[in-house]
Ligand binder design. Sequence first.
Ligand code: HEM
Length: 411
Amino acid sequence: MPTDPREGDEFVLAVPAKLDDPFPDLAYLREHRPVFFYPPLNSWFVFPYDPVHDLLQDPRLSSDRMRGFVDAAPADARPGVRTMVPYLETWMLMKDGADHARVRGHLQKGLTPAVVKRLAGPIRAAADALLDAAMPRGRLDAAGEYAFLLPAYVLSDLFGVPPADRPRLIAWSLAFVGFFNVLPITTQTAGDFVRSGTEMVAYARDLLANRRAAGGGDFLAAVAADGGLTDDEVAGNVMLLLLAGHLAVRNLVGNALWLLLTRPDQFARVKADPGLIPAAVEETLRFEPPVTLIPRVALEDVTVGGQSIKAGQVVQLSLAAANRDPAHFPDPDRFDLGRAAGHHLSFGAGVHGCFGAALAREVATIALETLIRRAPGLRLDPAGKIAWYRNAANRGPSVLPVTWGGAPGPG
Ligand code: HEM
């Protein structure tokens, strides 16, 4: 029997209102129930830093969590969802061991440090173009009109998608997120996912053929030149990159802006020294991770913190709780740009550690740097209303109205 409501009826992930600020409950669980089985979700949860860090890279836990999605779709939507399985099965995110290393290794050829570096110019140009449109207005929804669009444009550039097709990429991304993040899965979200997935896969195959013919140094051209993956494997992983690389970056940029604009002392430091922007990005990642929970499935019986996890059971690793573990981060509930460079777990750890981390950092740094430079006097818009996108695994503002005073900044 639970001894505290936070271990039962009031479990943090079971009470939607608690998603606004889950951190006090996560702190309680981290201290009192570090490795915790929650029967209504039929899952284990792990909260302290050390076991989360270790389990993220423990080969006794599998990353293959796809079957659950197919089985969780309503019966009438399952045949459609099954048509997507051959593509979902290509995702590096879901693979273990040698097959994971094979797929990730080939895709890595397309996202080298040199490719990320080459994207810096287009990222800056895209950020400036978005702000050019907003400058005369003096106000902006920094989430919807900026942090949401910028990573979509960057992924378009990465894949060689022409600007006219960007809205399609965005629509696909939203449909994928709806399927994976809105639980329970409905006939609607499953149908949207299958329609969008089918369209996107056809589009990605055309793009690949096009880049293969054209050659050059972009992501798909490099992956095509490497030749180690089938077209289905490339198309499937383009879907994954779109899903993984869009809203998480929006959430990172939105969270960073919200944290800075609600903490004038920290914001003043960044304005005085823009060289601190990468530190602001890192501290935002630690303090408000865009992805808060990572699932694994036990391949064999595993004992963690004295608890017996059985083969086949789901283990949810709480990055949000781990990142505020006082054993690793002194005064963890303080957002502090002066914190020593961290080892937060917001990009995961080990072989599955985020494939796009360097790109995400680059986009977020440029997004913040460009907005802060061009909009001196940047502040939350008192006439606007902030809206949040918060569920069990994702956190960030979906609407973040900001404004600025004085003359428009230079381009
Ligand atoms: C702030 C933004 C981002 C955050 C917080 C984030 C977070 C994560 C995390 C926590 C994982 C580990 C998953 C696991 O262990 O199961 C991961 C993996 C991954 N991320 Fe990211 N990510 C971000 C941006 C991106 C971007 C921009 C891309 C692509 C361009 C991307 C592509 C991927 C892929 C493909 C994987 C799977 C890697 C593998 O399984 O080997 N992510 N990400």
